[in-house]
Ligand binder design. Structure first.
Ligand SMILES: *[C@@H]1O[C@H](CO)[C@@H](O)[C@H](O)[C@H]1NC(C)=O
Ligand SMILES: *[C@@H]1O[C@H](CO)[C@@H](O)[C@H](O)[C@H]1NC(C)=O
Ligand SMILES: *[C@@H]1O[C@H](CO)[C@@H](O)[C@H](O)[C@H]1NC(C)=O
Ligand SMILES: *[C@@H]1O[C@H](CO)[C@@H](O)[C@H](O)[C@H]1NC(C)=O
Length: 380
């Protein structure tokens, strides 16, 4: 009877597509490691539980509060894959009305913008769905980040040669027509724009600028400091809200709009600069000044233990999801690492598709994690 119950339980587990192990990582148990090692560097992954012996993807729980985010039956599986090129790197945006997800490619010529339709999962016999590369105009020169802006995609381009980095609105349906909304600071070009978010209250666009275009050989030497800007699309005003970074990358706001987060990926300095382990791989938090929306009271929020913290997203409870060197790291609003969605390889960015669905961009794959959390709405 007992054996039969166990068998039925095993079958039930096997039937839940993508159900993945949940490993409780005891922080006190690895506070002291064998002095003879092995230790690791920030480019290598970490599984502190020597008995886990698991193949990613799975969930690592570093704080029991992560269980409420995962819910009772968390699952994760690949839903899109193409091993021939990095089609899903960054700039992921979910469109609620159509259940489409857009994303941008990385480390390849042109970095195309592609889309999937999550409705296709309902009819796919294999659980895998196909992506479509968007036929965008030549306005879009090497795309990186993206967010939602007034029901359009807002693409953040890095520029190419002398062509300026830009913020570009793109219609989400054919013919995917676009409008450039910003490409300079009082006549000066940006370096290589990276990512953007819309502020939940003012609806101004906040965006980051890095020098990766120069370090990767397709932009001129730095033209202006790497900093964070605020653009008011109504008045056209653009202003600097924070500086003092190495490579300010992902940007996000708490649901109330009072706290800003900036991920600094300075540890990575592109093809020419390589990896500099003493540079920031750090997420900073700021207060958003009520009158000016300048960022003040800068503090270290968290340091990514693996790789660099890149794309940022929040759930409705204000927990921060960070694309990192081994998957998604999830921090509570106080900066405690609650857990990881551990895929064992880098995931630069992720996006909530509403409630209980988080999509992880992993270059040649997209993972769908089904967890209990709901994404903060970006449809502002
Ligand atoms: C980290 O260690 C691995 C394995 O020894 C090595 O291949 C890699 O180059 C190291 N990375 C850095 C940035 O030092
Ligand atoms: C992968 O992408 C390449 C390049 O676009 C394409 O030719 C190939 O058909 C794709 N393979 C699959 C399995 O979708
Ligand atoms: C994806 O594309 C391939 C090649 O065109 C096709 O055989 C397959 O049926 C498609 N899959 C889905 C889920 O549409
Ligand atoms: C796309 O074209 C339509 C029809 O002309 C226009 O209303 C819309 O504003 C355009 N969208 C963008 C982002 O350029």
């Amino acid at each position: 009877m007992y054996a039969l119950a166990l068998l039925l339980l095993a079958i039930k587990s096997a039937l839940v597509l993508g159900q993945a192990p949940v490993v409780v990582e005891n922080k006190a148990a690895f506070a002291v490691l064998n002095p003879n090692g092995p230790f690791r560097n920030g480019s290598q992954t970490f599984e502190p539980n020597p008995n886990a012996n698991l193949t990613p993807p799975y969930f690592q729980v570093y704080d029991e509060r992560f269980n409420a985010i995962l819910g009772p039956n968390p699952s994760i599986r690949v839903i899109v894959e193409n091993d021939t090129f990095a089609f899903a790197h960054d700039g992921c945006v979910w469109i609620e009305a159509t259940d489409q997800v857009f994303f941008t490619g990385g480390r390849i010529q042109g970095r195309p913008v592609s889309m999937i339709n999550l409705n296709d999962l309902k009819t796919s016999p294999t659980g895998l769905i196909n992506f479509t590369i968007l036929p965008l105009s030549s306005d879009v020169q090497i795309n990186n980040g993206a967010t939602l802006f007034d029901n359009d995609l807002l693409l953040v381009t890095t520029g190419k040669g002398s062509l300026p980095p830009s913020l570009i609105r793109v219609h989400t349906q054919p013919p995917f027509n676009d409008t450039i909304i910003l490409n300079n600071y009082y006549g000066r070009q940006f370096n290589s724009l990276n990512d953007a978010k819309v502020h939940p209250k003012s609806r101004a666009i906040f965006f980051t600028d890095v020098t990766y275009g120069f370090e990767n050989g397709f932009r001129p030497a730095p033209l202006i400091p790497n900093q964070v800007y605020r653009f008011d699309p109504v008045t056209g005003e653009v202003r600097v809200v924070a500086d003092g970074f190495s490579q300010p990358n992902g940007v996000a706001f708490s649901p109330d709009g009072n706290t800003a987060y900036i991920a600094d990926t300075g540890e990575t300095q592109g093809v020419t600069g390589g990896t500099v382990p003493t540079n920031p791989a750090t997420i900073y938090a700021f207060d958003v000044e009520p009158d000016t929306q300048a960022f003040s009271n800068r503090r270290v929020f968290a340091f990514a233990d693996t790789g660099v913290p890149d794309g940022l997203a929040l759930d409705t409870n204000g927990n921060l999801y960070v694309g990192s060197g081994d998957g998604t790291h999830i921090f509570n609003p106080q900066g405690t690492l609650l857990g990881k969605i551990f895929i064992g390889v880098s995931s630069s960015n992720m996006v909530f598709a509403g409630a209980k669905r988080l999509l992880l961009m992993a270059d040649t794959k997209i993972y769908l994690a089904e967890i209990a959390a709901t994404g903060q709405s970006l449809n502002l």
